[in-house]
Design a protein around this ligand. Structure first.
Ligand SMILES: *Cc1c(COP(=O)(O)O)cnc(C)c1O
Length: 381
């Protein structure tokens, strides 16, 4: 089998239409029919395959999204359907499975928001994971985000998969915070995997996209058919950008993972030096449970959180940093920091999230050390 880095660069070679080494950006929404070979739609047997090979209209399929789908299917180990955002991907997923009951604990607010809309509009029953044994039935959907945003902590997929499958229910994993090669959710019993491609897969904070990955082509075809009617295909330009980003995907993610693990370990070991500022550090690399190493076999995610002693310190820390920009989102090559209260209504008001990029880890450590020392010096005894 081809390795990840090779697939990122070559999986879509089979779809080369021109001699250009860098695939062209196809911005067209509509494509000329072949006047020598006109087949009415009712006579087309494999509609999805046909529009992928010979695009007709870009809401259905276009050359850049088809290439993208090929690369993502390969590197995510299944059959991918690509969407115009991560939230769109989750919407497609819950629409596709159409469960009577939905189980989820913490997780992305937009994902929870869609479940709430389904509850309000369609009577979807929603539960917590500890209620699986009592209420889950065949065909219900259980959703786990892992690692968990904003903490970057790990939860046991295999243990949950056992409980879910005992009930004949479906387990969806939001693996956005640890894409392959860090975590491969299929190894632990996932039935369907989603990613916000806006984060690590895109990696440059310049595009929105999402992906749902399923085990069979038949199911992927169904997702694509539904996507045509929902109108949520990924855009032409975004597809090009994402495809371009994927060429360097593996080295970016591995560098981010290595950087983050190094920085977390520095903060954890030197916590006493910042005793008037730093309270807790949260990250999977600090968890001791055996499943964590098994599940994050390729390395830890590059997102972690810290709690500080006061809200005032949370407001001041971002401004004291040189390389960390104060902004939401994660997974890009540039390191970000966010006082989470700015974008999350339910979070500990003293929590700050960091997303580590591809800069030099020692420079980032120096930056954090300077800022924390400044706050430590200013803190009252
Ligand atoms: C960002 C994110 C999403 C939503 O993705 P968008 O591309 O912003 O729509 C879903 N899940 C997780 C874990 C995320 O971090």
């Amino acid at each position: 089998m081809t390795h990840l880095s090779t697939a990122c660069i070559h999986a879509d070679d089979i779809h080369n239409r021109v001699t250009d080494v860098a695939p062209p950006i196809n911005v067209s929404t509509t494509f000329r029919y072949d006047n020598e070979n006109l087949v009415p739609e009712v006579e087309i047997e494999n509609f999805i395959e046909t529009i992928e090979q010979t695009p007709v209209y870009s809401r259905e399929s276009h050359p850049n999204s088809f290439r993208l789908q090929t690369v993502l299917s390969d590197i995510l180990g299944g059959h991918a359907a690509v969407y115009n955002s991560g939230v769109s991907a989750f919407h497609a997923l819950i629409f596709h499975y159409n469960p009577k009951r939905f189980f989820m604990d913490d997780g992305y607010s937009g994902v929870r928001g869609i479940a709430t809309l389904y509850q309000e509009k369609h009577g979807l029953e929603t539960y917590k994971l500890h209620q699986i044994e009592e209420f889950a039935e065949k065909g219900d959907l259980i959703h786990l985000e892992v690692p968990l945003n904003p903490y970057g902590t790990c939860r046991d997929i295999a243990a949950l998969a056992k409980r879910v499958h005992k009930k004949g229910a479906i387990l969806s994993i939001d693996s956005t915070l640890a894409p392959p090669p860090l975590q491969d959710a299929w190894d632990f019993g996932a039935d369907v995997v989603m990613h916000s491609a806006t984060k690590y897969l895109g990696g440059h904070s310049d595009l929105l996209a999402g992906v749902v990955v399923v085990k069979t082509m038949e199911q992927q075809r169904k997702l694509i058919r539904e996507r045509i009617f929902l109108g949520t295909n990924v855009g032409n330009l975004e597809s090009f950008l994402l495809l371009r980003s994927l060429r360097t995907f593996e080295m970016r993610v591995l560098k981010q993972s290595e950087n983050a693990t190094k920085i977390v370990s520095f903060l954890h070991e030197n916590k006493a030096n910042y005793s008037k500022v730093l309270n807790e550090v949260y990250h999977s690399s600090l968890q001791k449970e055996a499943f964590v190493q098994r599940q994050l076999a390729g390395g830890h995610g590059a997102v972690f959180s810290v709690t500080l002693r006061s809200v005032e310190q949370c407001k001041k820390l971002p401004a004291k940093l040189v390389y960390f920009q104060h902004a939401t989102s994660l997974g890009g090559v540039e390191s970000l920091i966010e006082w989470r209260a700015l974008s999350d209504t339910k979070i500990d008001p003293c929590l700050v999230r960091l997303s580590i990029g591809c800069e030099n880890a020692d420079d980032l450590i120096q930056d954090l050390d300077n800022a924390l020392n400044a706050l430590q010096g200013a803190a009252k005894d």
